[in-house]
Design a protein around this ligand. Structure first.
Ligand SMILES: [Zn+2]
Length: 449
């Protein structure tokens, strides 16, 4: 028996709360004044206030508020579970949507709007489950914390990063669940539900390429920084970093139950390259990114006068690292890629956010594997490494086990889900909201009781 079997009104509450969160349009463009998540923390506080629950609001900058709701456990030695959902969303262009991105319309069983899958769906269902647990007299051994957090979409400086630095006691937990994951993927072994256990790191840098200034009318034997930068770009593009089959990727492929002739080459550092060439492009890019450090030269600035040979060119490079890699490793790889040009190139770091991963075999993993059986009997939870960044990283850096999970109905296909993240026509079906609402309920009982 799930919570919504007993109380069908919970699905309605999740749907309405999601619609209201979408309409609040807490659009985060990266500036301090944007987001204004206060609108949604006010909404959620009002919603939760009807039940006896401990509520606290934290503000990092004007309007950048996060809400913490706490159900204190009866046994201080029992674990604490933090359910974390962000309230901000990325911008949306109404001209390219079929419906108002901030209308929160319910059409044919789907809620439309920016944030419908990233991740107001989970933020809403987490709140509904938390309130219902309290209303139905849930008095767990362990502590349950619900966190509606600001600023996930722009590095978390005014949200999760701020809270772990300045309000640690409020968000201290043993286990964290946040976005994303839980999209049912049909595989030979049955339905697989990805659990995001880690994410790649980002090392962003400027490569300053130096040459010597000269007159554009006499280029012979000059040291043109732009010509050199072109060769730097070419070498980075040609560079083939070592293939690394991380444990998480191995477990993911092995759990899918592919026949040996498919899985073996995917897990072989020697054969993977050739195999990727034959895969559909979306899957090839994902699998390549999961098994390699990637280097993307994306911005170039240099030269300012048509008759002058430039002496400096700045090239911005987006490097994504694998678990365990440091900025030193990246610098070594760059030196290898650049060869004899390395001495002419200065690496100036812009951002260094190492990859983070939680262990797979934990009580939280076991709990999620148990409870998902009541929603998808016979399914398998499979670990997955995401190539993007989420607020989970702030908690993993503290040694907390943090996973990305939720549940979706089989109407939601993996390809559609991927393209809706920060894309057009973002929407979620009501049945997925029912599944997530019931999931949080079930996990809280399983892990904390
Ligand atoms: Zn998100």
């Amino acid at each position: 028996m799930t919570a919504s079997d007993d109380r069908p009104e919970l699905v309605h509450e999740s749907t309405e709360l999601l619609q209201e969160l979408i309409r609040n349009a807490c659009v985060n463009d990266g500036s301090v004044a944007s987001g204004q998540e206060v609108r949604s923390t006010d909404l959620l506080r009002t919603y939760l206030e009807d039940v006896p629950i401990d509520l606290e609001v934290y503000e990092s900058e004007p309007g950048r508020r996060s809400l913490v709701a706490r159900v204190e456990g009866t046994d201080p030695t029992a674990p604490t579970l933090l359910l974390m959902g962000h309230t901000d969303v990325v911008p949306a262009n109404p001209d390219t949507w079929q419906r108002d991105p901030f209308g929160g319309e319910l059409v044919d069983g789907e809620v439309w709007g920016r944030g419908a899958v990233d991740m107001l769906n989970l933020t809403a269902t987490m709140a509904v489950a938390t309130k219902d647990l309290v209303a139905t007299g849930f008095r767990p051994k362990g502590t349950l914390i619900y966190l509606a957090v600001a600023d996930e979409e722009a590095l978390g400086q005014y949200g999760a990063d701020h809270l772990v630095r300045h309000e640690r006691d409020a968000v201290q937990a043993d286990y964290v669940i946040t976005e994303s994951g839980g999209i049912p993927i049909p595989a030979p072994s049955g339905l697989c539900l990805p659990v995001i256990v880690g994410e790649k790191g980002a090392f962003w840098s400027t490569l300053r390429v130096r040459g010597a200034a000269g007159h554009g009318s006499q280029p012979y034997r000059t040291d043109n920084a732009l010509v050199k930068a072109a060769e730097v770009v070419r070498r980075i593009d040609q560079y083939r970093p070592q293939t690394q089959i991380h444990d998480v990727f191995r477990r993911f492929i092995e759990s899918m139950g592919y026949p040996e002739e498919i899985s073996e080459p995917l897990l072989s550092p020697e054969k993977l390259g050739g195999t990727l060439e034959a895969l559909p492009i979306g899957m090839a890019r994902q699998f390549h990114a999961c098994t390699h450090t990637t280097f993307a030269p994306n911005v170039i600035h240099g030269g300012d006068k048509i008759n002058t040979i430039p002496d400096v060119v700045d090239l911005q490079l987006d490097v994504r690292t694998l678990p365990g890699q440091t900025s030193e490793d990246v610098r070594e790889m760059l030196a290898e890629a650049l060869g004899d040009l390395a001495d002419d190139v200065e690496v100036i770091p812009m951002a260094d956010d190492p990859s983070t991963a939680s262990p797979v075999d934990t009580p939280l993993w076991d709990s999620l594997s148990r409870v998902t059986q009541s929603f998808y009997p016979g399914s398998t939870n499979v670990p997955y490494l995401t190539v993007g960044a989420t607020d989970a990283r702030f908690f993993r850096q503290l040694g907390v086990t943090a996973y990305g999970f939720g549940l979706f109905s089989e109407h939601m296909r993996f390809e559609d889900y991927g393209s809706m993240f920060h894309g057009d026509d973002e929407r979620v079906d009501v049945d997925s909201l029912r599944l997530s609402t019931d999931l949080w309920h079930a996990v809280a009982h399983d892990l904390l009781d």
